[in-house]
Ligand binder design. Structure first.
Ligand code: CA
Ligand code: CA
Length: 88
């Protein structure tokens, strides 16, 4: 199952049960506190600048332009989003 694409394919067989633990992630929310905050902006920028390491999961969370990496476009997008929240 792939959850990053907001799609899942499930096959249901009569009489069988399956439990799936799902985790929904807010894109850009690297610290998982359910809001896009300045810490998320700073962490994205620091990963882009290679000041801190990043995991494949980090990349999936902040790769807004879907080019499979963290680049200046991703930093700009999360910074702009955060500034719209704060300054309107
Ligand atoms: Ca956050
Ligand atoms: Ca990207």
């Amino acid at each position: 199952m792939t959850f990053w694409d907001n799609s899942t394919i499930a096959t249901v067989i009569t009489g069988e049960t399956t439990t799936a633990n799902l985790v929904l992630v807010i894109r850009g929310d690297l610290n998982s506190n359910c809001v896009i905050d300045i810490g998320n902006v700073a962490k994205t920028a620091n990963m882009y600048l290679k000041r801190i390491s990043k995991t494949p999961e980090d990349i999936k969370i902040v790769d807004f332009n879907l080019n499979e990496g963290i680049d200046i476009g991703d930093v700009a997008k999360i910074a702009n989003y955060w500034s719209c929240i704060i300054f309107g």
